[in-house]
Design a protein around this ligand. Sequence first.
Ligand SMILES: [Mn+2]
Length: 479
Amino acid sequence: MRRIRANAIAILTVAWILGTFYYLWQDNKPQTSSSGGHGGQKVVPGRLEIHRDDRTIPLIQQGQLLGGFDEKAYLAAKQLKPGDDPYREHAFNLQESDRLGSERAIRDTRHYRCASLNYDTDLPSTSIIITFHNEARSTLLRTIKSVLMRSPPSLIQEIILIDDFSSDSEDCQLLSQIPKVRCLRNGRREGLIRSRVRGASTASASILTFLDSHCEVNADWLQPMIQRVKEDHTRVVSPIIDVISLDNFAYLAASADLRGGFDWSLHFKWEQIPIEQKMARSDPTQAIRTPVIAGGIFVMDKSWFNHLGQYDTHMDIWGGENFELSFRVWMCGGSLEILPCSRVGHVFRKRHPYDFPEGNALTYIKNTRRAAEVWMDEYKQYYYSARPSAQGKAFGSIADRLTLRRKLNCKPFRWYMENVYPELRYGTFKLSCGSLVFSFVFNTNYLSMSLFRHHDPVTQDNPRPCRELFLCETLVERK
Ligand SMILES: [Mn+2]
């Protein structure tokens, strides 16, 4: 009799689980599955816009822009040797980047209505901060020249290059011969986060613009962002990040209907704007509220950056800092936006071309674990369920960041979930079977599963036979 009852319970449990899966799946089928962000993440065609008219924009300024800088010599000194793999060093096609040279016309990928917008004539200037580690010379120079040539000169206070201990110090040094360009070199590898803090602390303009080192900015990219920050200094704004092909360097328009999102493992992804918000948008030039930013390219008021505690400088190399910054901005009184009239092309790569001293995965876990421990309150359990390997990994002291959070009197993560990212589903349940635990975590538009071992060993007195799958925890909440 007991056996029959146990079997019935097991069957009902499995049926319930399958039913829940099916329901969630039907209700919220994956829309775009593309991921992005800066650095070594990949881009999937769903992020690209399909039809666009062909307007190309030339470089708007000519003349003595480069001062005494000898561009030809700079590029010629580092050429790909015949027979070398063009992808080896930078994880993009170096041969194609070199062939393009330092400047080219690109398509104006904005909505046509953007071109007729007006901006204040007295916008404040900005310090552009570009950090890099062993960037290709042609790509870095093209980034800098596109900024100098496609921005109103009065808006560019300076371009600060932070050379994060690249093998050749001349990559950066020689570029400081270009007017407005400054070069700072780290004496050891510090990573993106500490490099940016160093750049920001030496910036002389009141507005900071963080830019990646393999970009090309598009027409009028800067004015919309500076305008929004000028109107409200607590806004942190990003452009739409277009895609520069890592194979042939074609400049491709990204969809204008996306915002930044994430799943519980703190993996960044581009996702469709929720349908209600999309319906409410009558003006395609309007700012898009975003729960998180990709982190590679954004504009922020300098005093607001300092007031909010800059960055968590105990994070290493790359990754996770965009979550920490995004949670902090929203929870401590600011907001994050993507501006459709600002477009910047970025080379999205499939892998990181550089080494992480402690390993790629470990660094990402350390950084995201710090973000989760400081900002996610009780919701951090979902992070640990989605990333069980994070438990037990060292992440250093977070005392300073907790003090900062208290001092700034920031809102709880629950507020962020309810007001900024209500679309993020949460809930976990676990099935244990012997010493194995299957952990299911609900994510925004899919369900992820992880498998790990029980912490408490299975003993003779406390056996967990595999036939009796049982539910440890059910915490499914739907919004
Ligand atoms: Mn990048």
